[in-house]
Ligand binder design. Structure first.
Ligand SMILES: *[C@@H]1O[C@H](CO)[C@@H](O)[C@H](O)[C@H]1NC(C)=O
Ligand SMILES: *[C@@H]1O[C@H](CO)[C@@H](O)[C@H](O)[C@H]1NC(C)=O
Length: 560
């Protein structure tokens, strides 16, 4: 089959490859683009969250991200320098060690997450937690020469932030995290129970890296438990819907796709497999990916589909779908990636930028979603395809992207503004932090990827490079330690033949009462030891895979 498990590693571009040829002129221009955005943020908005480039002021937007109805906004929250945190890894990629070190020092000493603000768990995870974790690893890498002295301050902050996100997982009866959490007060009483597939299904990279860097298993376990539960809710077609209820795991919207609300769920299954080396992620990715190809692909385009009937729902391209060809590069499905990417580029050429939605069947702009907030996904895939093929055509596309951004989005007094209407090219007074974290970074890497030769990286969905460590050090949970009390079974030391050391040990011990902070992880997922599907005592029944609670044996010998 086209999906070859080994092929993806060939495309991972291991360290020391030297084939690329830099395009200094375009790399320099991409760099200037970043600084035009960064310097304006630092001048008019820092230490607040994001720049409003037209009015040259700021917004404390961390509490607003994903909050379309503007609910429960904080009156006291004053920003955590979101754009600076999101820019750290780009400064590293551009090789600006002076500014990187200055920013790391400022963030380590000044940023405080003990603030009364309700944040979107997904947004906070990918932008803030991911930004800190990536920068921490880059700062710690002596060979990069970014900092002569680094005390691990970013990891301390990330650890603190991670703990503030945990209530979203621990307060949920299903383990699927709440979409919202207050950094100071945890999950509010009466908090909305609605979340979406991408929002709760793309936390595992940041939470996993945090666990592995701190040695505290809680983060990875919480994210993995949520991900497993989410995956268990797939339909018989292996399709997912978009929004669901965290309280009882029921779907609210049965229509799902690879764009808004679904995108990074697929991305993180593949990328966490590469990063952590656990087969379980690949197995999920494999099934989820094949289902998308089978039920959502329409020639080079993708539509959304009803998860239960597998029938098409919306025949639309959405700007977020543009990450997909980049993901297919990792999956080794290059030909399909190129065809789809070519179509997306056609949309870019038609409008000069990418509209949020485009009705490919009718060849028409969506009536309301006509904006382009300077999203990175198209240039991200362009970068991935260039490095997989070395076809100069992709750099030509990068030049087109660059020219469009200069022409339509650049604000002369500083910064780049989101495009409100792709036809009129009217602007909105907002420079999103992902423009600096991703759009500028991928455009630069397309023309100069010398950074990539410093390590083997995988990019988070916010464009933050995470070093891929050698397989042998991947197993976070020590295999020689018998943590499985009560079942008399020692996990096989150094087992490699298909057994996954993580798989048997993910259940948090939910039996303890106490606060989520004090809750101890983990007892392990005990084997179901029934003979002939009958139990004699409750000890035979193990732990329920969906709730992680010990099951009981009925008087008739059935586990429940
Ligand atoms: C690093 O960034 C700062 C702030 O934008 C800038 O003043 C400086 O010139 C940059 N250094 C290099 C080497 O690009
Ligand atoms: C979610 O499920 C709970 C428990 O079944 C229910 O009380 C609540 O109304 C549901 N929320 C939504 C948004 O459907």
């Amino acid at each position: 089959m086209f999906l070859n498990r080994c092929f993806c590693f060939l495309l991972l571009l291991p360290p020391n490859y030297t084939e690329y040829v830099e395009d200094h002129d375009m790399a320099q221009k991409a760099k200037e683009m970043f600084y035009h955005a960064y310097d304006a943020y630092m001048l008019y908005a820092f230490p607040h969250d994001e720049l409003k480039p037209l009015s040259r002021t700021y917004t404390n937007s961390l509490g607003e991200l994903g909050n379309l109805r503007g609910e429960h906004l904080s009156k006291t929250y004053n920003g955590v320098a979101l754009t600076l945190i999101d820019s750290l890894s780009t400064l590293a990629v551009l090789g600006n060690s002076t500014e990187f070190a200055k920013a790391v020092q400022w963030i380590s000493s000044e940023v405080n997450f003990d603030v009364d603000v309700r944040v979107n768990v997904f947004e906070c995870n990918i932008r803030v937690l991911g930004g800190l974790l990536s920068a921490h690893q880059l700062a710690s890498n002596r060979e990069l020469g970014l900092m002569s002295e680094y005390d691990g301050g970013l990891l301390t902050l990330a650890f603190d932030l991670g703990k503030r996100l945990l209530p979203a997982f621990h307060k949920s009866p299903t383990g699927i995290p709440y979409a919202w959490v207050n950094l100071k007060h945890g999950v509010r009483k009466g908090e909305t129970t609605e979340t979406n597939t991408a929002g709760c299904g793309s936390l595992i990279i940041e939470m996993g890296v945090l666990s592995r860097l701190t040695g505290d298993e809680r983060f990875e376990m919480a994210a993995l438990r949520g991900l497993r539960k989410l995956w268990s809710l797939r339909s018989s077609h292996d399709l997912m819907g978009t929004s669901l209820n965290v309280s009882d795991g029921t779907w609210i919207s049965l229509s799902g796709g690879i764009g808004a609300g679904g995108d990074s769920f697929y991305e993180y299954l593949m990328k966490s497999y590469i990063l952590f080396g656990e087969d379980e992620y690949y197995d999920m990715f494999h099934d989820a990916y094949l289902a998308v190809l089978k039920h959502m692909k329409h020639g080079p385009w993708y539509h959304e589909a009803n998860m239960n009937t597998a029938r098409p729902t919306h025949l639309q391209f959405s700007s977020l779908q543009a990450f997909w060809p980049g993901l297919q590069v990792l999956a080794g499905d290059l030909k399909a990636a190129m065809e789809t990417h070519e179509k997306f580029f056609g949309v870019w050429k038609e409008f000069g930028v990418l509209p949020e939605r485009y009705l490919w069947k009718d060849k028409a702009l969506h009536p309301t979603e006509k904006y382009y907030p300077l999203r990175p996904e198209f240039v991200e895939s362009t970068y991935a395809l260039y490095h997989a093929t070395k076809d100069p055509r992709y750099r030509d596309m990068g030049r087109v992207v660059y020219e469009s951004l200069q022409k339509f989005a650049k604000v002369n007094t500083g910064g780049y503004a989101a495009v409100k209407d792709v036809r009129r090219k009217s602007l909105e007074d907002h420079q999103h932090s992902f423009f600096l974290a991703e759009t500028c970074k991928y455009l630069y890497l397309l023309f100069d990827d010398s950074f990539m030769s410093t390590d083997n990286y995988i990019f988070s969905t916010e464009g933050h490079p995470m070093p891929v460590r050698p397989r042998s050090s991947q197993h976070f949970f020590r295999e020689d330690e018998d943590v499985c009390h009560g079942d008399g079974r020692s996990p096989a030391a150094g087992s490699s033949s298909g057994t996954n050391p993580l798989a048997s040990k993910i259940c948090p011990n939910l039996l303890g009462t106490g606060s989520s902070e004090a809750r101890q992880l983990s007892t392990c997922h005990q084997e179901d030891r029934r003979l002939n599907h009958r139990c004699t005592t409750s000890r035979d029944c193990g732990v329920a895979a969906d709730t992680c609670l010990p099951r009981s044996c009925s008087q008739h010998g059935f586990c429940y």
